[in-house]
Design a protein around this ligand. Sequence first.
Ligand code: AMP
Length: 210
Amino acid sequence: MKLILLGAPGAGKGTQAEILGRMYGIPTISTGNILRAAIKNGTSVGLRAKEYIDKGRLVPDDVIIGIISERLEHDDCVNGYILDGVPRTIPQAQAIEDEGIGIDHALALEVNDDVIIHRMSGRRMCENCGESYHVVTHPPRVEGICDDCGGALVARSDDAPETVRARLAQYHADTEPLKDFYAQRGKLRTVEGCSTIEETTAVIVKILGL
Ligand code: AMP
């Protein structure tokens, strides 16, 4: 299965990607997680990306395409992959298509902006492994501690309300047009992402016929 997850920041792409990846034994490739790791490690890509991420802006397409092309060459991608947070612009989608990177479905998770803003205020992320939590809808077993690796849970700096507003505006302007791009190719599947995590997963599994 080669899947793209489309949706606004905070729509639940990362959460659903991890669940689906575990269910079907395929890796999730999250450009956001890869960029945050690059920033933490102080690489040249990380240094370049940080100035964009901190402002809620998109990292340039050439950086993103380089990351994806390199990652998809790893052996764990032979049976499929889930792209989480990429492509985010028409040029990225076009580049992915031009490079012959296969896509079976583009799954759009629909959540309205008010719900997103509310969700982002409670979002927490493990600073060690990147696992995502929410203080109300998906809390860890022990407050402030990652269930998977014991790392500390922190709010993402780009989840500050003014940055979230910039990210939502960017989503509507640059990323939402991807729905038409994949609809024209007969690959768009749409799911309402406002219910619980488990209900949303069940609908996705049904829609994709998995
Ligand atoms: P995410 O974790 O997917 O919300 O990504 C966090 C931030 O990383 C975004 O707000 C962008 O600044 C940057 N980023 C992640 N993926 C992409 C992408 N495909 N294109 C451009 N910027 C990206």
